[in-house]
Design a protein around this ligand. Sequence first.
Ligand code: T3D
Length: 265
Amino acid sequence: MGGDTVLVASSGGVMRLTLNRPEKLNAFTLAMHAELRAAFEAAAANPLCRVIVLTGAGRAFCAGQDLAETRPGMEGGLADAGSRLEQAYNPLVKLITSLEKPIVCAVNGIAAGAGANVAIACDIVVAARSASFLQAFARIGLVPDASGTWTLPRLVGPARARALAMLAEPLPAETAEAWGLIWKTVDDDKLEAEVSVLASKLASAPTYALGLTKRAIALSSTNTLSQQLDLERELQRKAGGSPDAAEGIRAFLEKRAPKFTGRSA
Ligand code: T3D
């Protein structure tokens, strides 16, 4: 699995996906989208995979859409920029946000355009201190996509979302952390080690319960409190019936560390 533009490596329950066009700052092409989707689908289907780490090769995380592939014709603008969203970005974001396993994004350098928005669509975002997040769209006459107009205001509030999108200035990783856009910032030379510790921890966590947790948090954006309470009741029924819940509670009572399998039954 994987290909030239997305490297895939699996070990100890962790599937690591590396965007691999470093000479073009890992800008997305349709070929890269196809490889990335296939890798996420494989991660979803493989019970041995309990956490996915997404990162970039070289000095950048991802510079968004490859503008050489987008290239407008001589006359007017793009023929149909919406079709690329329909074909590539929207399915990718839906896959990431509906995949019921934790996805960690290790932002190793600049994340621009759709690259920034794919990063913040992941569950836990850890960035190198030198990284930044750039809503580059206004610089080229486009609107934020890859769920940016949905995710940004929810994470940082509408005032900051509007300024980030309209001014298209890079947001340093530390500010992104302070504003709640990402989980945390670490020193550049510690990124790999910190993400590896985090991924190992998640790989031995109760994966089924984490997946249901992800579902509940996603649905909270449209549910009323009453609907959310009903949802929690249903999901707790499912989680409570899993072998990991029995193991977690037994381990607590026996004063030992739990050994979770990640399975639903
Ligand atoms: O239909 C549709 O396409 C709609 C979909 C839209 C989704 C989007 O993501 S739109 C937003 C697209 N992304 C951008 O506008 C960002 C473009 N890149 C930049 O602004 C800058 O590269 C950065 C600020 C990210 C980094 O700047 P810097 O100075 O560190 O690097 P650089 O020199 O600009 O880039 C290094 C190389 O990567 C360079 O190639 P070269 O000249 O050495 O051969 C550059 O052209 C290439 N590169 C960087 N970003 C892209 C890219 N090539 C193609 N597409 C890119 N997005």
